[in-house]
Design a protein around this ligand. Structure first.
Ligand code: PAF
Length: 280
């Protein structure tokens, strides 16, 4: 496995592989890797000839500068995990390499970024689109892998890929959970022992709500989830919505779509966690 920090060097290596008609798979990350990332990498390794993983904590997607400062950074442990998973190239550029000048591009996602994370984290998805498009331009992969935990991000990336005509297949990968159900996230490392125990209720409540779907209408189920999370020690809901899995717009009846997802953002102390569950 080679660790590369400039776009030029990365492209030199990948151009050689492309001339040999090798299929390039790509997993973009912000580092602080956990088993959820490693599942993406393993799938990328299995489905491509060459696997590229980027590690870059992208400043333009943090609307809260404190969150950016506190974002965990574990480059040595990350590289060890990536080597073990069979990654070929780690692309770990500096901020100057990715943003030689400020990126003023404004992306248009219609209604996709006007809800949920988009409402509570203004500018977040524009920053995600800025960096993912720059990374796609640098790597020019055949396939790119994204986790379904960031359900809205996945929809935004799909839309960006379509609009910009990138010839890249976007591969969604299922949420990876801890044995007790908590969705894996780099932010989990910021939970203290008490909070870690409290946070498990998020997935517990979402899973229980799936069973209640037969008895409750959409509005009743939403209220049940919100109340249950807020009554759970240490947790405070930021939003919970039940949405059409394609458009991300709220639904009002279980018959409204063949893909229905419940998406939540919850504060556990000052750590903000997201999770989601597929209802149909
Ligand atoms: O999901 C993430 O870790 C980030 O948003 C991504 C896609 C690597 C862009 O910085």
């Amino acid at each position: 496995m080679e660790i590369i920090s400039t776009i030029r060097e990365l492209q030199e290596r990948l151009n050689t592989r492309k001339r040999e008609n090798k299929i390039i798979g790509f997993v973009p990350t912000m580092g602080a890797l956990h088993q959820g990332h490693i599942e993406l990498v393993k799938r990328c390794v299995a489905e491509n000839d060459t696997c590229v993983v980027s590690i870059f904590v992208n400043p333009t997607q943090f609307n809260d500068k404190n969150d950016l400062l506190k974002y965990p950074r574990t480059p040595d442990a990350d590289c060890e995990l990536l080597a073990g998973a069979g990654c070929n190239y780690v692309f770990s550029p500096s901020v100057e390499e990715m943003y030689p000048e400020p990126d003023s591009r404004q992306f248009e996602f219609g209604t996709l970024d006007k809800v949920m994370e988009g409402l509570f984290r203004p500018g977040h998805f524009n920053g995600v689109a800025q960096i993912v498009s720059k990374l796609f331009d640098a790597v020019r992969p055949d396939k790119a892998y994204f986790g379904e935990k960031d359900f809205q991000q996945l929809a935004i990336i799909r839309e960006m890929t379509r609009k910009m005509n990138y010839p890249i297949e976007i591969i969604p990968c299922p949420i990876v959970r801890e044995p007790d159900g908590l969705a894996m996230s780099s932010r989990n490392t910021r939970l203290n022992n008490e909070q870690r125990k409290e946070a498990v209720e998020i997935s517990g409540i979402l899973h229980k709500s799936k069973k209640l779907k037969e008895q409750l209408n959409v509005e009743e189920l939403k209220q049940w989830v919100i109340t249950s999370i807020n009554e759970s020690p240490g947790l405070k809901i930021e939003y919970f919505d039940v949405v059409n899995g394609y458009t991300l717009q709220s639904i009002s009846s279980w018959e409204d779509s063949d893909s229905i997802v419940g998406c939540a953002a919850v504060f556990c102390g000052n750590v903000r966690l997201i999770d989601n569950i597929q209802y149909g």
